[in-house]
Each structure stands twice: as C-alpha cells, then as structure tokens.
Design a binder for this molecule. Structure first.
Ligand code: SF4
Length: 420
C-alpha cells in the first residue's frame, strides 16, 4: 500500500506537471539529486501520468516526502463534475489548484470537424464516410476480436475520440453567439493546466497513447491566441512528452492577426481553424466585435502566411445563425473571400444557449448553403453536434451546473489504468 501524501494547494511554481524536462532536471539538481532523478520524474509525470507524488515508486520514500514537504505537488486539474450526453459525449468541470474551473469535453468518435483538412484524423474520417451509422456494428465486431492488444477505445467499440480543451478561464473576445463570452475573462491557464486537462481525461478513460487514437481541439473556453505562449508550450508538452502528434491537433482562433503570423513560424504547429462566421465585415462586426480590430481581409492575409503541408487545408469555421449569415448571398460572399485558397469550410448549426438572442438556421437553408459551396468546388462539411443536451456543444461551455432532466451527472471514476 502506497503512503498517501497530503496534496496541498501548490503555488504555481510548485506544480510539477507542466515543467519541461530541463526545468525538472534543474529542480532536482537544486534539491541535491543526480540528473537521472529528473528523467525519472519526467517519465512519471508524462508517461505514467501520475496524479500524486506517492506514485513515483522509483523514488525513495524520503525523496517523495522531501518534495511534498517543500510544497511540490503534481498539480493536475481535477475532474469535479461530469455530465454525460445521450450521444456518449462527456462534459467535465475541471478544477485548477487555485479553485478556478474550466470545462473540457470528451467526444468518443469525434464530431467530424477534421474532415477534409488533410490531417490523420481527416483521412480516417473519410475512410469511415461509407460506414456512417455502422458504429454499433463496429462495436459488435470489436467484441469478437482478441482485445488484449487493442486500446481502451476499441474495447468499447469506438474508433477514436476527440478531446476539446480550454485555454483560459472565461474569454474576453465576446462573440455574440457564445455562452463562454458571458463569463468575461478571469485568467489565462498555464501550459500545465491546458495539457493537464488532456491527461485528466486520458486517465479517466484509461487511454493508452500509441494504441488509442486521440485527437485534440483547442476549441473550449477561451481564445488560445490571447494566451499564446502558454498554448504553444502546452503543444510542446503534449507532442514531445505526452506523445500526441500535432497532426492530430487543431487550434481554433477568433482571429488574432499578429498571433496567426507568429503561429505560421512555429516548428510544432497544430492545424489552424479560423472562426469566420460571417461573409463580410459588417455582419462579422455584429457577430464578433473583435472584427473592428482585425478585419476579414487582414485575417485572410495572415492565414496565407502559414506554410501548408502537402495534404493540408486551412479550416474556416462558420456558425450558421438563422437569418443572419445563412442566406445564399452569404454563401456567394464566402466563396469570393476564399477563392484560390486551400481551404475547407466547417458549417456549424448554431447551438442555442440561455440568454442568447439568435435562432437556429432552417435545415433547408443549411442544405442550400452547403450545396452552393460544394457546387463551386469548396469542400464544406456540417459538423456533427455533440453533447447539446448537456451544454457541451460548440459555444455552449459556461460551467453549466443546472442540466436538463435527461442529462446524466455521472460518477467521477478513480483513475483507471493509466500507462501510456
Ligand atoms: S467563440 Fe471562442 S473566442 Fe469567441 S467568445 Fe466564445 S470562447 Fe471566446
């Protein structure tokens, strides 16, 4: 039986999760330890995905206690509430060590948002296009296979999963269709808190990196490009140390022009999705007031500085709002804007939220809009809405505690088998 070490709330500099290997090495050196102890601690944090110091069994007990007595903790965000949708999506309330909370969403089988962007996830999605509706058959087939060597997802009949993570507590951008905007901004998350949401969810589901296919979208609460340095550092942690390739990640921005230009220069770069949401500046200013700072032309110019890989497309997200931006003239304007670009459009049927005065678009308007884009040669996909009933869908993250009756609040499971 491992001795439980009291988990005191750590000062930010005392949280171990989020430190890079060279920082961990320095820390261990400062504690009078040899450098291999730094390697062991790095492995414990990012490969074993420990949640408490007592799990570092390669350390002598005295060293674990020294760390604890000096105030160090692992410092992973903690899932304090989980709601499960009828479609299997789960929305988590994650508590940081200072008590602030954000939301993170788990979508088994994803939402199809990657289709057509050239990523690994997109190629898988396209391969599955002919199999839509056969997910339960896949599950039954999985039940007949030898499951000893497959990941946790396949054992449950899923091919893959997408985790949607938050980058800030609240958001300052004030998109008029989004519930998160109602919270205002409280603070940035650190890189450890951003990557830590992923690890908390991986642990909950016993995910094995390398066996399970996990995609990440930085599309939860907050604008990642207004927390740029910590976002980029979280990508480094996730790619280099936790083992999720950047080709399985997409970051969505409302359009922070200087950050898009900086992003174009990054050596580790997830796919980019720009939240366009309007076909001209006039409509976009109403829907996304940030357009007054950087207009559509400036954003498209910045997006075109991104060096695209051979099979890479830039994604433009377009939330369809009934009667606002969903008419044929808007589709024509979108085509004009994106002419000549290696782009694809993700259409998102607006998800309603309390206190937001938009209406959902009519299904026939959505169909016409998509058809006009496709007929003109622009790939256009409709995102599968996930977790609407538990306020987990796009634009619905607001730390909602009151849930409709049908939505289940589910037990917080102890960490399952975590070895990656
Ligand atoms: S859509 Fe994104 S950027 Fe806009 S307010 Fe919501 S969280 Fe912020």
């Amino acid at each position: 039986m491992l001795k439980k070490i009291k988990d005191v709330t750590a000062e930010p500099q005392k949280r171990l999760f989020g430190l890079l290997p060279e920082e961990i090495k320095t820390l261990m050196g400062d504690l009078g330890q040899k450098s291999y102890r730094g390697v062991q601690l790095t492995q414990a944090l990012y490969n074993q995905r420990i949640i408490g110091l007592e799990e570092i069994t390669v350390f002598p007990a005295a060293l674990r206690e020294d760390l604890a007595n000096a105030g160090y903790t692992v410092g992973l965000p903690e899932i304090v509430q989980a709601a499960r949708s009828v479609d299997g999506t789960e929305r988590y309330l994650m508590r940081m060590s200072d008590g602030e909370t954000v939301e993170t969403v788990w979508m088994p089988d994803g939402d199809g948002g990657e289709r057509g962007d050239g990523s690994e996830a997109s190629l898988e999605e396209e391969a599955l296009d002919g199999l839509e509706g056969n997910i339960s058959e896949f599950g039954q087939a999985a039940g007949k296979r030898d499951l000893r060597n497959v990941g946790a997802l396949e054992q449950k009949g899923y091919r893959r999963a997408t985790i949607c993570i938050s980058s800030q507590v609240g958001c300052a951008v004030n998109c008029q269709f989004c519930l998160t905007a109602k919270l205002g901004i409280k603070r940035n998350l650190t890189a450890g808190e951003i990557a830590g949401q992923v690890v908390a969810v991986l642990n909950r589901h016993g995910i094995k990196i390398g066996k399970d296919r996990i995609n990440l979208v930085f599309m939860g609460m907050g604008e990642p490009f207004l927390n740029y340095d910590e976002f980029i550092r979280s990508v480094e942690l996730l790619v280099r140390h936790i083992g999720i390739p950047e080709s399985r990640m997409t970051v969505s921005t409302s359009g922070i022009e200087p950050a898009i230009r900086a992003f174009a220069q990054e050596p580790l770069r997830p796919k980019l999705a720009l939240s366009l949401n309007a076909s001209n500046d006039l409509v976009r200013e109403q829907v996304m007031p940030i357009t007054r700072k950087w207009n559509i032309a400036q954003l498209l110019d910045a997006v075109q500085t991104i060096p695209l890989g051979k099979r890479e497309w830039v994604t433009f997200e377009y939330v369809l709002l009934g009667g606002v931006n969903d008419q044929p003239e808007h589709a024509r304007e979108v085509l004009d804007l994106l002419k000549g670009m290696r782009a694809k459009v993700n259409l998102i049927v607006w998800n309603p939220g309390p206190g937001i005065a938009y209406t959902q678009p009519k299904p026939e308007d959505v169909a016409i809009f998509q058809k006009m884009l496709i007929d003109a040669g622009m790939p256009a996909y409709i995102r599968r809405p996930r977790g609407r009933d538990i306020y987990a869908a796009c634009g619905q993250l607001k730390r909602t505690v009151d849930l409709p009756e049908a939505a289940a609040l589910v037990e917080i499971a102890p960490a399952a088998s975590r070895r990656g």
